[in-house]
Write a protein that binds this ligand. Sequence first.
Ligand code: NAD
Length: 288
Amino acid sequence: MRIAFIGLGNMGGGMAANLVKAGYTVRAFDLSEEALSAAKDAGCETFTTARDAVEGTDAVVSMLPNGGIVKDVYTKDVIGHTPHAAVLIDCSTIDVATAREVADAAHAEGYKMVDAPVSGGIAAAAGGTLTFMVGGESHAFEAAEPILSAMGKAVIHAGDVGAGQTAKICNNMLLAITMIGTAEAMKMAEKLGLDPQKFYEISSQSSGYNWSLNAYTPMPGVGVESPADKGYEGGFATALMLKDLRLAMEAAESADAATPLGKHAKEIYEAFAKENGGLDFSAVIKTL
Ligand code: NAD
């Protein structure tokens, strides 16, 4: 089976390498020569245009920075240039409206298309342990599922087109809120004279239990090992969390959904990202 892979950056590079390992023929395209050269080393065939990469393929997978680029690549170089029986899979995190618009354009030409954003960072992309949240019709999901399984540990059909992006931004809005809440509680406990490790032991087994506290403790030397113990390097960058919060707020507005805490979380991350966009998002504790 021949798969075109477009966008082989931090995430896409590892994902494409896992498709090669699973036995697929991977035809790679990226604007960056460095990314293409790494893809070649990982066993991909490389091409200098997206149109060349998609020629004669059974599937297209993309992992690109934003909705504008996804729309451009699909409408100019993928739709109409890829064989019509192919399944189109966009794994980028983008706005729900663009995901639906691109899928509509693909459907109009007879393609199957899904939005399949991921949970998990660069290490999960390299290790093949991503979680995919997939939006699209059942027959498109069924065509995409084996390909996504070669790159992840879980592939979940969220609903129709756009449902994958919706799941992703709602999840990350919740994550931002719980991270700020966890950081607030830990700092407050410390200021009131309670040993933060004691607070962790108590709250992680009480009703304060949540992923940010239990699995990603934002204070160095407390709770489980996390980016906090490595100077907040690695992990999930503050700039990417801010990108997802902006997408979440756009979507909330379009659906007239009340998200007062999501809005406040976005403002907090906006201020923090000005100087600290490269740090892990749990470093937001430094602002408290
Ligand atoms: P990245 O910037 O490392 O990679 C993007 C790649 O796309 C680059 O190699 C770039 O050269 C290429 N590109 C840009 N425009 C292109 C075009 N027109 N044609 C072909 N290639 C083009 O970004 P990343 O960290 O790999 O993130 C990719 C997507 O994954 C984003 O939507 C991001 O939000 C999402 N995501 C990232 C993470 C993470 O931890 N990095 C986690 C979850 C989701």
